[in-house]
Design a protein around this ligand. Structure first.
Ligand SMILES: [Zn+2]
Length: 465
């Protein structure tokens, strides 16, 4: 795992320099001009080298249903997703491959998969995703999506007004399964990390949150959850706890420097203060928030309060893509319409830092990853700046973030291991994957689902529509 990138562009404080970067044993060993060649030579001419980005929140298996659900708010979208045809373990494996490939080819070298578990086959589901990510070679943070309350509880007044059978597993069963998953799959030295990922306040009891905290302490693992994605969840939190969701999660100790929280759209100013004090990370999923009409997360406020923010694509069924560059672009410019003071707007350079170092911070790996620094692990991406979409030549990072780059990723490495060369994934056969995804699906238009029809009147009533 030695190589030397010759004559690539890197960004420095006030612009760009052309330099060499030497990688030895998977780590950045030197950054300087005219370095001796060690290992494979990579021609970096007219190419930009950046640290790999983090796709800091997604649900890989949603890819089977992408673009199939009409525009609906989260709760009704979930009701439709709930009635999706069942998928099997092999399908989980295939969409984890697909998620990894799309993430890597849009600048990501790490993925946080809030992985939907097949009931009764939880460990097999995790094993399938582990296998896929190891085959592609992407760094993975798998947060098995766990909950211990029935689906209808995610609606305001859902618990009291909608009939539902209890969830099929107790918090204790789920935590036991999670402990087995940790012992079996958590292997950070080889790029495979398990996170504790309770779905969110809408479907989890305090027993589950606290159990996750205990496992996080015992095995030194990060925590990941959805937080206040919709206005309905804001209402639900008041109903469930008599305070905001953030206040409650702080009270039970769930907000820590190891906690990353997806969405965070409906927070009060005091909630923001709590996130800053607890050093929790916000994962911004702008496309999903637009697609589901959830709202615009006040990301500039978070940053001004000192909260770390990174970017996620969210699942392929609420985005409906895994193009990280697209999520970063929208996530950066979206706030120009909500916050008048242009001095606080997110610059392309800042958004690159959020996507790399911000992602690493949220997963407590910023001492090892997230920047082009000698001694850090070589999770790197080399972008070809000669594509038509990146010409004529102006600010390379501006072109990459504000433009719509096509085929920009030329090479990528994780842990110093090559996973993309000449714009192609080198570790798996992508044509074979495409063929399988094609063969296992059909052109079709979804009809209104029974769960959707059952729950829509209640949703309209509790949201005042
Ligand atoms: Zn999500």
């Amino acid at each position: 795992m030695h190589f030397t990138v010759k004559n690539c562009l890197i960004n420095v404080t006030n612009g760009y320099i052309t330099t060499d970067v030497q990688i030895i044993d998977g780590k950045i060993a030197a950054i300087d001009s005219n370095l001796p060649i060690i290992g494979e030579v990579i021609n970096g001419e007219n190419k930009l080298l950046l640290p790999g980005f983090f796709n800091a929140h997604t649900h890989s298996s949603e890819m089977w249903f992408r673009a199939s659900i009409p525009p609906l708010p989260l709760e009704l979208w979930l009701a439709s997703l709930y009635d999706s045809p069942p998928i099997n373990v092999e399908q989980v494996y295939l969409t984890a491959l697909g998620t990894a490939v799309e993430t890597v080819l849009s600048g990501g070298t790490s993925v946080v998969d809030h992985l939907i578990l097949l009931p009764g086959q939880e460990l097999e589901t995790i094993a399938a995703a582990v296998r896929a990510y190891q085959e592609v070679g992407i760094r993975a943070f798998i947060a098995p999506l766990i909950q211990d309350e029935p689906f209808t509880y995610c609606f305001p007044n859902g618990k009291s007004q909608l009939e539902d059978t209890p969830f099929h597993a107790t918090a204790q069963d789920i935590l036991k399964m999670m402990e087995t998953a940790i012992q079996r799959f958590h292997d950070p030295a080889n790029g495979m990390n398990i996170l504790l990922g309770p779905t969110g306040i809408q479907l989890c009891t305090d027993d589950l949150f606290i159990g996750c905290l205990e496992l996080s302490d015992r095995y030194n693992l990060c925590l990941h959850a959805h937080l206040l994605e919709t206005k309905a969840q804001e209402k639900l939190a008041q109903e469930k706890y008599g305070c905001t969701a953030v206040e409650h999660l702080q009270k039970i100790g769930f907000l820590t420097h190891k906690t990353s929280l997806a969405h965070c759209v409906w927070l009060t100013d005091n909630d923001i203060k709590i996130l800053a004090e607890t050093q929790s990370t916000v994962v911004h999923n702008p496309l999903s928030n637009l697609r589901l009409g959830s709202g615009i997360a006040p990301v500039l406020k978070y940053m001004q309060a000192g909260v770390n923010v990174s970017f996620g694509c969210d699942g392929s069924c609420s985005n409906d893509s895994q193009n990280l560059l697209e999520a970063i672009k929208i996530g950066a410019i979206l706030h120009n319409i909500t916050d008048q003071d242009y001095q606080t707007w997110i610059t392309p350079h800042k958004s690159v830092e959020m996507a790399s170092l911000g992602g690493a911070k949220g997963l407590k790996v910023d001492d090892k990853l997230g920047s082009l620094t000698v001694g850090k692990i070589a999770d790197l991406v080399l972008y070809d700046l000669t594509d038509l979409s990146l010409l004529p030549r102006t600010d390379p990072i501006g072109l990459l973030i504000l433009g719509r780059p096509d085929h920009a990723v030329c090479n990528a490495w994780v842990n110093g291991k090559k996973i993309v060369a000449n714009g192609e994934i080198t570790t798996i056969n992508v044509d074979h994957l495409k063929q399988k995804l094609f063969n296992l699906s059909n052109w079709q238009m979804r009809q209104k689902s029974p769960t959707f029809m059952k729950l829509e009147p209640h949703y309209r009533q509790v949201t005042g529509l």
